[in-house]
Every structure is written in structure tokens, then in C-alpha cells.
Design a protein around this ligand. Structure first.
Ligand code: CTP
Ligand code: MG
Length: 386
């Protein structure tokens, strides 16, 4: 069966607050949407993965694409979740899907086994959702301004629905057709409104939806318990010579000195790239960008760093901190420190506070002391799926 995935990410996240829609907020170094996509899109199970977004979030989407090192198949969403799903279903139909998994971007902890169990259940059921029994005692509330407890409600016959929800596409499209402009809480409810049956499988407590800002604190703890902290270190040296300009830590410095090398010879970014490769367990910069390869002649070192970050991402890692030390008598780093920090924050997606640039001389000793070369060291911290 050809199955498409539709990820709804067009909401505003009003209950979570925080200035940025919750699916674009970072959780331990990686955006919620990137985490959700990571969990959902494995092993090429899907004929298409459609991410339904609000067109106003274009720059957030671009940041997630940079994080993942790949373009997303985005679809413009609607004013309600139901409208957003409808837009995603059209894309799934156009891609020739026979079935669809619909998932909230705001549930980044969906597991591989849950996805496999849902897909397995599609053989026997046209509609299947994960659900969890309710643990707390339930009651109705009475009064708006000063609410009081009303009638108790038995929880025996109640469950809470999660996503992903899985459906054969044709009957789901028919149910959406019948629904008209009504908005419902989820897609299983659309099937029910059309008189269809929805099968249940056991949901997972970890697969909770980020709804309020308190949920982010819980999610941070959950990520921490599922990941380990790793460090990577890098070191690089380039020869110094008189020149019009130098590239260092991703910025241009015009101080009468230049660095000599095959690429742009940005020792700062090279050390950082090696540190990121170290955290990813992915070898060193020379293996990925051999100096013997003419395509790297004069290359901007941004590309090396981006590639290393993609490898870290593929290894299940996310960068959380970077600290660099530049070792040279000249140029003086102080005047450029803020610009370097900002550039590295932009390249890595780290907040400014998680990037540090230090500089030192070697008291006129050694090759750096004599001004023959410039050295750079970097150390990074990353969270890696354990
Ligand atoms: N969603 C969507 N389009 C909408 C509304 C919601 O794609 N018009 C998506 C959200 O991005 C989220 C999922 O549906 O991934 C579940 O919705 P919810 O948790 O309600 O998210 P928001 O609507 O963003 O949050 P809030 O209701 O607090 O504003
Ligand atoms: Mg909502």
C-alpha cells in the first residue's frame, strides 16, 4: 500500500505562547518540527511527506530546512486544523497515495514502533488511531467566572486520542467531503461524523502533545533522558602572509594579513567543523573535503560546517554549545569578536549565548608567536540519541 504522511504544522501555538509558534521552538538544540520529522520519516516508508505550514512562517520553515539539510514538501494550511489537514490530503491524493498517516507537528516523541503498529493495523482497518485510557477522575464544570465541580463523569468508557492517525485515503476524503466547513478536533472525528468506524490501538504516554509552556519543560526532560551529552574537539593551522583580506570564523577581516590554504583557509571554521565531526563520530574534515579535490579550491568554509552539521543530524545529534580559541599575535580578534560570534550562531542555529570566541597570543613563542601562522581550537557539546 502506498502511504503518505501529512504533518500539520500551521497552528499558532497560542496556548504555549513564547513568541514563536511551538513547532518552531527549539528543544535541546533542535526544533520541535525537525524532531517530529526525524521520528516520522525513516526508511523511506512514505511515498510523500507533506508538511502543512502557515505561509507567514516562511522564515521558520527555511530554518528547519537548514537544520535538516533538505527541502521540505510544504503545503499552505488553513485557519483550523481540519482545514490544514484537508490541504495536506489533497497533496497526498495528488501523489497517488492509497493511505495516509496524519500527525501533529507538536508531537515530537512519536515512536517508530507506534508508526509500525499503525501501518500494520491498516491491513485490517480503514481507520485506526492510538488512544490512551484516562487516569484521573473526571467531572463536568459548572459556572464560567467561578467554576465549581459539577456531575462526576465515569472514565470507564473514555479514552484520549493521539496522533498519528492512519486512514485509507478514499473513505477519508469522502468523509471530509461530507463534513463541509465544520472544524473538528481530529481526523478520526471526521470519520465518525460520516458514520464510519475507527479502530483503536494502544497509544504511548511519551507521545504527548506540546500544548502549554509547561509541556516544554517536560519535553526538555524527556529529550535529556533519551540522549547523552557528547563533546567534539577540533584544531587547525594556516600559514599567515601579507594580503588584502582574511577569512576567519566566517567573516572577512581586512587587516593586511591573509591565511594561505586550498579553500578560503578559515582556520576557525575548520576547527569548528572538525569539532562537529568529532561529536558526530564522522572522522575529520580532510576525509570529507580532500584538499586534492579541485572542487574545494577557494571554497567558502561555510559549506564544510553545514555538511558536518548535517552529518551530526543524521547521527541523531544536535549541537548545543560551541567554544573557539584563536591563537595568533595578529590580527587582534577583539574588534571582530561580536561579528564572529553572530556569524557562527547564524551558521549553526545556536543562540548567541551558546557561542563563545576566545583569543590568545603565545607570548611571541613558536610559529604563532613569530607570526608565521594562525591556529584555532574548537570544542563543541552536542546531545546525541543514546
Ligand atoms: N494546526 C494546523 N493548522 C491550524 C491549527 C493547528 O496545522 N490551523 C496544527 C498545529 O500546528 C499542531 C496540531 O495542528 O501541530 C495540533 O493543534 P494544536 O495543538 O491546537 O496547535 P495550535 O493550534 O498551534 O495551538 P493553539 O491551539 O494553542 O493555538
Ligand atoms: Mg489549536
Amino acid at each position: 500500500m502506498k502511504i503518505a504522511a501529512v504533518i500539520v504544522a500551521a497552528g499558532r501555538g497560542e496556548r504555549a505562547g513564547g513568541g514563536v509558534p511551538k513547532q518552531y521552538r527549539k528543544l535541546a538544540g533542535k526544533s520541535v518540527l525537525a524532531r517530529t520529522l526525524h521520528r516520522l520519516c525513516h526508511d523511506g516508508v512514505f511515498v510523500g511527506v507533506f508538511v502543512v505550514v502557515n505561509p507567514a512562517d516562511r522564515h521558520h520553515v527555511a530554518a528547519v530546512e537548514a537544520e535538516l539539510g533538505t527541502k521540505l514538501d510544504t503545503i499552505p494550511g488553513g485557519a483550523t486544523r481540519t482545514a490544514s489537514v484537508r490541504a495536506g490530503l489533497e497533496a497526498a491524493r495528488a501523489a497517488g497515495a492509497e493511505a495516509v498517516l496524519i500527525h501533529d507537528a507538536a508531537r515530537p516523541f512519536v515512536s517508530r514502533t507506534l508508526i509500525e503498529r499503525l501501518i500494520g493495523a491498516l491491513d485490517a482497518h480503514p481507520a485506526v488511531i492510538p488512544a490512551l485510557p484516562v487516569a484521573d477522575a473526571l467531572f463536568r464544570t459548572e459556572g464560567d467566572t467561578d467554576p465549581k465541580m459539577g456531575e462526576p463523569v465515569s472514565r470507564d468508557a473514555l479514552q484520549a486520542a493521539q496522533t498519528p492517525q492512519a486512514f485509507h485515503l478514499a473513505p477519508l476524503l469522502e468523509a471530509f467531503e461530507q463534513l463541509g466547513d465544520t472544524a473538528l478536533a481530529d481526523d478520526a472525528a471526521v470519520i465518525r461524523a460520516a458514520g464510519g468506524e475507527v479502530a483503536l490501538i494502544a497509544g504511548e504516554a511519551e507521545n504527548f502533545k506540546l500544548t502549554t509552556s509547561a509541556d516544554f519543560a517536560r519535553a526538555e526532560r524527556q529529550v535529556m533522558s533519551e540522549t547523552i551529552s557528547v563533546t567534539g574537539q577540533g584544531f587547525d593551522v594556516h600559514r599567515l602572509e601579507p594580503a588584502e583580506l582574511m577569512w576567519l570564523c566566517g567573516i572577512e577581516i581586512r587587516a593586511g594579513l591573509g591565511l594561505v590554504g586550498h579553500s578560503d583557509a578559515d582556520a576557525g571554521l575548520h576547527a569548528l567543523t572538525d569539532a562537529v565531526l568529532g561529536a558526530a563520530g564522522a572522522g575529520d574534515i580532510g576525509q570529507h573535503f580532500p584538499p586534492s579535490d579541485p572542487q574545494w579550491k577557494g571554497a567558502a568554509s561555510d559549506a564544510f560546517l553545514r555538511h558536518a552539521l548535517t552529518l551530526l543530524d543524521e547521527a541523531g545529534g544536535a549541537l548545543v554549545h560551541a567554544d573557539l580559541t584563536i591563537i595568533a599575535e595578529r590580527p587582534k580578534i577583539g574588534p571582530y569578536r561580536d561579528a564572529m560570534r553572530a556569524r557562527i550562531a547564524a551558521l549553526t542555529g545556536l543562540p548567541l549565548a551558546r557561542v563563545n570566541i576566545k583569543a590568545t597570543t603565545t607570548e611571541k613563542l613558536g610559529f604563532t608567536g613569530r607570526g608565521e601562522g594562525l591556529a584555532a581550537q574548537a570544542i563543541v557539546t552536542a546531545r546525541l540519541t543514546s
